[in-house]
Design a protein around this ligand. Structure first.
Ligand code: TXA
Ligand code: MG
Length: 344
């Protein structure tokens, strides 16, 4: 594996060309986007895309997103381009939104996991855009982590998760949005959010001038995989750190304290490493031996730091991670979604 470091705003064309050459010759390139790092391959080369699935250990039923440099290239991948796609692509691209559309026949079936649809987005990151331009073709890229792990927001996260399973890592600094794109399905009668992200359903409804459904696609996938969805412990672990995660609301601090105290009492040799990620709860409000970290109180800043904190907890050998839930308000939906997944 080689690491190519580039300036996030003005990447060196010579370094970009090396990465683009790897893409054109069927290699795997991890690259920064504004959401998380992607593990990229030539989307039109089925063998190259198969290497993504192998490197991630990703099940074949989970389709990958295709990244393009401009709207004209996006249209070439779709069999139909509904008015909603025009509105959303013009208003929200480049940006953290993936549109699911009927796929054009030339898109390899492995990209869409055999589905008739393809997810497409233009990333808002100068390094990703430079790579797409230089490669001269669409790049299929899921998040650059092993299946079910927390997505990477730095090159170091990618290297730790994938190591030599990736040929080239473009290091363009930390991702600014910090959680994955909003995925919106435009193939049905009613648009449907399949994964919440920092572009909210409200914003999409406002742009389209009509109601939009919500149905989490990973949940459908685990059903399609034949696993029981609701039974604890068998649900697909996605976006999850190794540490055991307890989510709590500040109003439930007493029951948290009771559970924590009994856990700490059992830990007679003080070996259990505990860390708390707090938003509003005062440091002194929870008693016991633990590290306390302060999380930002706005959704944008919280999302930007969340995965870094989850990776950092694992690096530090944290065994039990207590996370204070943000307010139950619409602006926090995407963060809540990732926290819930991290705790499974
Ligand atoms: O922000 C992002 O979207 C990042 C960066 C790298 O672009 N990519 C990413 O990819 O998160 P991945 O593969 O980890 O997640 C893709 C999500 C999955 O939930 C997948 O099921 C859904 O998008 N998806 C992709 N193609 C789809 C399709 N054709 N139909 C339905 N869902 C699709
Ligand atoms: Mg992923």
């Amino acid at each position: 594996m080689r690491v190519l470091s580039v300036d996030p705003e003005h990447p060196d064309p010579a370094q970009i060309e090396k990465a683009a050459d790897a893409i054109r010759t069927g290699g795997l390139v991890a690259f920064p986007t504004e959401t998380v790092y992607g593990l990229g391959a030539d989307a039109m080369n089925g063998d190259a895309v198969a290497r993504i699935f192998a490197a991630k250990g990703r099940p074949a039923w989970n389709p990958v997103i295709v990244h393009v440099a401009n709207i004209a290239d996006a249209r070439l991948l779709a069999a139909q381009w509904p008015d909603d796609a025009s509105v959303l692509s013009q208003s929200l691209w480049p940006g953290p939104v993936t549109l699911v559309l009927q796929k054009a026949p030339q898109v390899p079936d492995i990209v869409s996991a055999g589905l008739p649809n393809v997810g497409i987005r233009i990333p808002a990151h100068p390094v990703a855009l430079a790579l797409l331009e230089a490669a001269g073709r669409p790049i299929a890229a899921p998040s650059a982590n092993r299946f079910s792990e927390v997505s990477p927001t730095t090159a170091a996260h990618v290297i730790r998760s994938l190591g030599d399973r990736v040929d080239t890592v473009l290091d363009g600094g930390p991702s600014g949005v910090g959680i994955e794109s909003t995925v919106i399905d435009l193939t049905g009668d009613v648009p449907c959010v399949l994964r919440p992200g920092m572009v909210s359903r409200d914003r999409i409804e406002l742009l389209l001038g009509r109601e939009v459904d919500y149905r989490r696609s990973d949940d459908l996938e685990s059903a399609a995989d034949g696993r029981a969805q609701a039974s604890p412990g068998t649900a697909a672990r996605h976006y999850a750190p190794r540490a055991e995660v307890w989510l709590f609301e500040s109003v439930d601090i007493e029951s948290l304290q009771a559970a924590l105290s009994s856990r700490l009492d059992d830990d007679t040799n003080n070996s259990l490493r505990v860390r708390a990620l707090l938003i509003h709860t005062r440091d002194g409000a929870i008693a016991g031996r633990m590290e306390r970290r302060r999380m930002p109180a706005t959704p944008e800043l919280y999302a930007r730091e969340l995965y870094r904190e989850l990776h950092d907890a694992d690096d530090a050998g944290v065994v039990l991670l207590l996370i204070e839930l943000p307010p139950r308000h619409d602006v926090w939906i995407a963060v809540h979604d990732r926290l819930t997944r991290a705790s499974r």
